[in-house]
Design a protein around this ligand. Structure first.
Ligand SMILES: Cc1cc2nc3c(=O)[nH]c(=O)nc-3n(C[C@H](O)[C@H](O)[C@H](O)COP(=O)(O)O)c2cc1C
Length: 338
């Protein structure tokens, strides 16, 4: 057991009477306030040098922080200190929005899983752009690791006007991003996943075409023919890669003690997603004959899970739930697994 698992996690899991979202906010605040010498000490312990170049961007190591952890980029300097080789902030939307009613974030501890239906709670694309400008980094220069920015559709914007909505956020944020992630796979914005359809994604990619690499984040619940169609559009419309996968609507692989929580609406992540995400990564890699770089994400809970995602064809991997359950030692172990 690591120090995180024996001492830090039990404290964090008790914050706010066990309320997962309050623990999340508490942790982000603490991370945002880390003094520079502490960050330097953490970095000496956790950072791994395993440089890779993917879609023309150099990464100090291939293990990144997945979208949703630091939606508004409030704790940016902490993530490289915890060993991450890149950071994806967001998902942000053109309009600031509160997200769904609380509670909307649930730990399923025996299953090492999370269910969330946050619904893109975020301060908006303009606020993130302002923060990034204040921090000074133009792309990754100040942060020390590449920065991805994940964009979603505002809830108030009708699906038919989605392209313009994404474009508003893109214009504000692409100057700060090493890559843009187009999130069309969250299960928590009504209708969003239909943007994964061939024609919709073609329109979106066509509109966002520019110098900044654009990656498409896909759901693990798509059928293989639907993924194949989407990949064709990605290849023909200049997408720089695919992020596979987002959370699942399925409820397989849960421990008996977590069954009562399985009824909560939202996306499931963590250990129950490992195999599913790996299969999607493998399918994308085979289907495109390796022509589209893949960021593999979903259920990386140990070094072996990361190694298997790399073996399946991922050029980079990201962590969310694994980081909640295992802490920064997992970042280091995953980076060393390649
Ligand atoms: C609480 C929570 C919030 C999330 N928010 C976002 C988000 O805003 N945008 C996004 O693309 N993915 C979001 N995700 C999905 C993760 O980025 C990741 O794709 C998914 O959790 C699978 O990885 P994991 O099993 O390592 O957690 C979120 C996940 C969780 C648990």
């Amino acid at each position: 057991m690591t120090l995180f698992e024996s001492a830090v996690r039990p404290v964090l899991f008790r914050v706010g009477g066990g309320d997962a979202e309050r623990a999340h906010e508490f942790t982000l605040k603490r991370l945002a306030a880390l003094p520079a010498p502490v960050r330097a000490a953490l970095k000496a312990r956790y950072a791994t040098a395993k440089p890779v170049e993917v879609f023309g961007v150099r990464f100090p190591n291939p293990v990144g922080l997945a979208a949703g952890m630091d939606k508004n980029g409030v704790a940016l300097p902490a993530w490289p200190a915890l060993g991450f080789g890149f950071v994806e902030v967001g998902t942000v939307t053109a309009h600031a929005q509160p997200g769904n009613d609380k509670p909307r974030l649930f730990r399923l501890r025996d299953s090492e899983a999370i269910i969330n239906r946050m619904g893109f709670n975020n301060a908006g694309a303009a606020a993130l752009a302002e923060r990034l400008q204040r921090l000074g980094p133009l792309r990754s220069s100040k942060l020390g690791v590449p920065l991805g920015v994940s964009l979603g559709k505002s809830k108030v914007t009708p699906l038919g006007e989605a392209v313009e909505d994404y474009l508003t956020s893109y214009r504000l944020l692409h100057p700060y991003a090493d890559y843009i992630a187009v999130n069309v796979s969250s299960p928590n914005t009504p209708g969003l996943r239909t943007l994964q359809d061939k024609d919709a994604i073609a329109d979106l990619l066509g509109a966002l075409r520019g110098e900044t690499p654009v990656l498409v984040k896909i759901a693990p619940d798509l059928t293989e023919p639907a993924i194949a169609e989407l990949l064709e559009v990605c290849l023909s419309h200049g997408a720089a890669g695919v992020i596979a996968t987002n959370t699942t609507l399925a409820r397989e692989g849960l421990a008996p003690a977590d069954q009562p929580r399985a009824v909560e609406a939202g996306g499931l992540s963590g250990a129950p997603l490992t195999e599913k995400a790996r299969k999607v990564v493998h399918f994308v890699h085979t289907e495109t004959a390796g022509r589209l770089p893949i960021i593999g994400v979903g259920g990386v809970m140990c070094a072996d899970d990361a190694a298997r995602l790399f073996d399946a064809g991922a050029a980079l991997v990201q962590l969310y739930s694994g980081f909640i359950y295992r802490g920064p030692a997992l970042v280091r172990a995953a980076a060393r697994s390649i």
